[in-house]
Design a protein around this ligand. Sequence first.
Ligand code: NAP
Length: 504
Amino acid sequence: MSDQSAKTLFFGGEWRSASDGATREIRSPDDGSLVAVVSEATELDVASAIASARASFDAGEFPSWGWAKRSALVARIADLLERDAEKFALLESGDTGKRLIEARYDIADVVSVFRYYAGLGLTEHERVVQIGDDHIDSRIISEPVGVCALIGPWNYPLLQASWKVAPALIAGCSFILKPSELTPSTAIALVHLFEEAGVPKGVANLILGAGAVVGTPLTSDSRVDLVSFTGGLETGKRIMGVCAQTVKKVALELGGKNPNIIFADADLDAAIDNAVTAVFLHSGQVCSAGTRLLVERSIHDRVVNQIVARAKMIRLGGPDDLEAETGPLISKAHLEKVATYVEKAVAEGATLLTGGKRSTLDGLRDGWYFEPTVLDNCNTKMSCVQDESFGPVLTIEVFDTESEAISLGNDTIYGLAGAVWTKDVAKAKRVAGALRHGTIWINDFGPYKAQAEWGGFKASGIGRELGPSGLHEYLEIKHVWTNTSPARSGWFADSLNSQVEEKG
Ligand code: NAP
């Protein structure tokens, strides 16, 4: 158990307990063991953290440090993260229950996000508008947006935080980071590392606690300029409503129901193998999981039989199980939600081919393990096709034509990611062009890069993370017009006489 029980909130440049002394136990999803005890913030703590961020932004030096100096700071953070990678991976797998090997991949990705934004800070951030007049300097300047509330989910806690924190630091913003109440450990370690790297006092602030308690005080406060949120659709809608009251900027990364389309002319060996990974990696607790398999009718039986056989072979296990291929769900409540989702799917007419219940194998009884599940005979009228389970549940639909595949692929409220498998390049490009999703993979599933924008069409979100657009979320654009040879405008008369003279 990590010894974080004393003071795990951070604002005003100091580590603090909650104002009422409240704490929360963090328990492993693998076996229920105690992982950490952390402070549980109150509304008063939230107000203090916002005040700290506001003061550092309004009166501190950080916004005027300049791009090169902030880039050096973010590069130093990347170095420190690389140095402490194993410690971060252990903390992440402890909170989430994911296998250590997956947590190591996550931390390597976090390092690359900080490195990418360190590099982006060194590129040009000013633009001169060509006016055609030597006396005019018209300049477009990027400035930090201000104080940001950065709210993240539990599935990739540090990775999702890095997509927000790294560009916020490069831009010169101050922020309050609020990780999920279930997975705070890597956020605490990250803020310790910010201190070591030399992030100025008040710029980085950390609030831990239940979203239902600290969320509204954080997102409704008029001293916060931007809320960047990653999480579920319903929470996102609530936050957007709250932000509207103070006309805050809001960036939302929400859920997905991501179609994975396999045509009969695909490399089926690769397509089937990737279809299994796409949905069962991290037990489906991935926003871009390939939860909807759309398969051309002529290959349905072959594809489905192989996927079911593979799903039955998947070995579940915790962080320390070297044989394990995927881990537990995050909590009892989430496991119950996934089980109910499968029951409803069957009641609506889906055929349960495998899985559908909690795994009670030896060694897994104390954890929140759910069997990899495959549901056949699904259609877009069913809630299992429309709603996110955020668990290891694959739904299968069939199609006969290219246009039917496209219309099925677009027939949910979401638009986060999708994939198309075919050897016909022209067809792949047509389908990719017609799918209304923020990322499309052709003959692949899942890769993302710090350099490439990530985000959703439709109800999957607003704005983009990663890439240059991920930095633009944290910038305000200012146009400064300088006239070096001022002259009268001459638009309105400046005396009665001149008006009479003109009329005469
Ligand atoms: P969630 O329940 O919506 O929670 C996300 C965050 O919001 C948590 O920190 C939560 O705190 C906080 N929160 C809850 N109520 C709030 C409120 N009223 N005001 C402000 N903050 C509040 O989502 P989750 O279950 O953690 O994450 C799973 C969801 O995230 C899935 O839908 C998944 O698709 C989505 N996701 C999307 C992306 C993407 O890139 N698009 C990436 C990862 C995950 P507590 O944990 O303390 O409740």
